[in-house]
Design a protein around this ligand. Structure first.
Ligand code: ATP
Ligand code: MG
Length: 557
């Protein structure tokens, strides 16, 4: 058969739409943006939106902007602005010098509002918020026109200016678009576009006492920045006619085209700023970066890498239908990313002492160990070995259960990278708890010596006691359990009480010396771990378990 390598590139529906726009000459370039509201930290869902928008710009040789949608000062903070910039950069979505703030366009927005008034397309309304809601009607009932709807252009211009000049109390007057109170789309029923609100803005301070509403501001921001494709999530689909109306009536040329996709949801975790914020405020978690959360800062602290999140977002793809992605898929991606990149080290999380009775006293032997058997490029290291070691408590059983191949009296196992040892017994305290395990070793069986005399069924890891460093390890479970229901009846989160386990006395090999925040390792048999950026110090290492080694997730290849 001829090797006809016709490349089949499957494009997602957004790319297909962009292709169409470019071929029909609707646009001659691609400009995208990520428009967060700085009212919290970003989460994994936002990562999807960032990478999608950035990826599209890159793919089509276009540009990507980061723009803060900061038109509502009540919940917005500089802390959030800073964290968002850090997260976007960390994900690798380059925006160069294209960092914008919607609040820098307040004057343009005001001018747009004046233009609408002059065209008879906006009016100042004195109805209260409650009355406006009543007049709006619902899906079944058409709306009722405001008695202020037919004010003259002159009166509207004067009143709007007075709103801006601070003549009215908060909520006393609003500016509304004059569209259609009987539209089947409720968003088109004369929506409020400006309100009076005396709030200090994180960027503009007290310069303004009127603020534009999101639905009016957002399309103008996109239009000012010459965004071609305004990619957003499905909940904005019903707002699209209003956005199109705003940019048309405000006479922007080449207005953006909005394309919606489904939000990313994950099983067993809490997405949604509202819930994360509550966990933070109620001090149930250690701030926005608590490794049990899926804010980007939390994932970074936990040990996730930008590469793993990019892989995840690619695997998930884009769709028009809301659905939840299995959390195990995210874990699959970090394992895949770290598998060949990170060294495999020995660390004992739940230690018990193992004494080799026939090994010489006061001797430290340095064994050659490969850093990663599957990737020779990572080289090797020397690991000290001696008479007294720490092993995992679960690797010894005085009375073994069926199919237990680790240490029990009379059984021989391999100490990983070292020797065969045969268990001879144990010591116990007054309560019957095992305190020390005893064994003897066979010097002939050294790893790498080519010994082939006999085989053993179990291999266990260890850390030499005299040179071990003490460390703290934090193990995590999902903060909510999907099977038990994410929410309680009252709408509160049904939290998993075992989501955090702190192991204070773990032992690790001395090779960890110099490990720094965010460094990650495979701990043999125990999973992937990352040096905690907040609590770890050179003298007291603290590790977060990123993920265990076992996976329930299988990818179809
Ligand atoms: P949340 O619903 O979690 O509070 P938000 O939508 O209010 O988030 P914004 O700052 O307004 O947060 O969102 C910025 C952008 O991120 C928007 O374009 C929004 O559509 C997108 N986005 C938000 N959540 C998700 C998600 N789960 N999956 C994909 N994109 C998302
Ligand atoms: Mg929002």
């Amino acid at each position: 058969m001829e090797d006809n390598k016709e490349e089949v590139i499957s494009k997602n529906f957004i790319e297909q739409e962009i292709d169409k726009d470019l071929s029909e000459g609707v646009y001659n370039h691609v400009q995208t943006r990520f428009p967060p509201e700085p009212n919290g930290y970003l989460h994994i869902g936002h990562a999807k939106s960032i990478l999608l928008n950035y990826g599209l710009a890159k793919k089509y040789g276009g540009k990507f902007n980061l723009r803060f949608d900061d038109t509502n000062p009540t919940k917005e903070k500089t802390e959030f602005v800073e964290s968002i910039i850090e997260d976007v950069k960390w994900l690798g979505a380059e925006f160069d010098d294209r960092l914008y703030f919607a609040s820098n366009y307040f004057q343009e927005m005001y001018d747009c509002a004046v233009l609408l008034i002059k065209k008879g397309k906006a009016f100042v309304c004195d109805l209260t918020a409650e009355e406006i809601r009543e007049y709006r009607g619902d899906f079944k009932t058409p709306g009722k026109e405001s008695p202020y709807r037919n004010r003259s252009v002159e009166e509207n211009l004067r009143l709007f200016e007075e709103m801006k000049d601070g003549k009215y109390k908060d909520g006393e007057k609003v500016l509304r678009a004059r569209i259609d109170m009987s539209s089947p789309n409720i968003n088109m029923r004369d929506p409020v576009i400006y309100r009076v609100a005396r709030m200090t803005h994180h960027n503009t301070g007290d310069k303004w006492c009127i603020y534009p509403m999101y639905d009016f501001a957002h399309p103008i921001e996109d239009a000012i920045e010459h965004i071609t494709h305004s990619i957003c999530t499905l909940e904005f689909e019903d707002h699209r006619p209003l956005y199109d109306w705003v940019v048309k009536e405000c006479e922007f040329e080449n207005p953006p085209r909005q394309i919606e996709f489904a939000k990313l949801y994950l099983t067993n975790v809490v997405t949604g700023k509202r819930y994360i914020k509550k966990l933070v405020e109620d001090k149930i978690v250690d701030g926005w970066e608590d490794p049990r959360l899926v804010s980007i800062a939390a994932l970074r602290r936990r040990g996730y890498t930008p590469e793993s999140l990019r892989m995840f977002v690619d695997l998930v793809g884009v769709s028009k239908a809301n659905s939840s992605v299995d959390y195990a898929m995210l874990e699959y991606c970090i394992r895949e990313d770290l598998k060949l990149k990170r060294p495999r080290m020995m660390a004992v999380l739940d230690p018990i002492k193992l004494v080799i009775d026939n090994y010489p006293e006061d001797t430290v032997e340095y064994l050659d160990v490969a850093n990663n058997m599957e990737n020779p490029e990572l080289g090797g290291r020397k690991v000290p070995f001696g008479k007294e070691l720490y092993i995992e408590r679960e690797d010894f059983m005085e009375e073994p259960v069926k199919k237990y191949f680790r240490l029990f009296p009379g059984n021989e196992v391999r100490l990983m990278n070292a020797y065969f040892v045969t268990c001879t017994g144990c010591e116990k305290d007054e309560n019957g708890n095992v305190t020390v395990v005893h064994c003897t070793y066979d010097p002939e069986t050294k790893s790498g010596s080519g010994f082939e005399g006999r085989k053993v069924k179990g291999t266990i890891h260890w850390v030499a006691a005299s040179t071990a460093a003490e460390a703290e390890c934090r193990l995590y479970e999902n903060i909510v359990d999907e099977e038990k229901g994410k929410l309680n009846e009252d709408g509160s989160l049904n939290l998993n009480p075992n989501s955090l386990t702190v192991l204070k006395r773990c032992y690790v090999e001395p090779s960890f010396e110099g490990a720094r925040a965010y460094d990650s390792f495979q701990f043999v048999r125990n999973g992937y771990f990352c040096v905690d950026c907040k609590d770890s110090t050179p003298g007291h290492l603290v590790f977060n378990r990123i993920v265990s080694l076992k996976s329930s997730f299988k990818i179809a290849k």
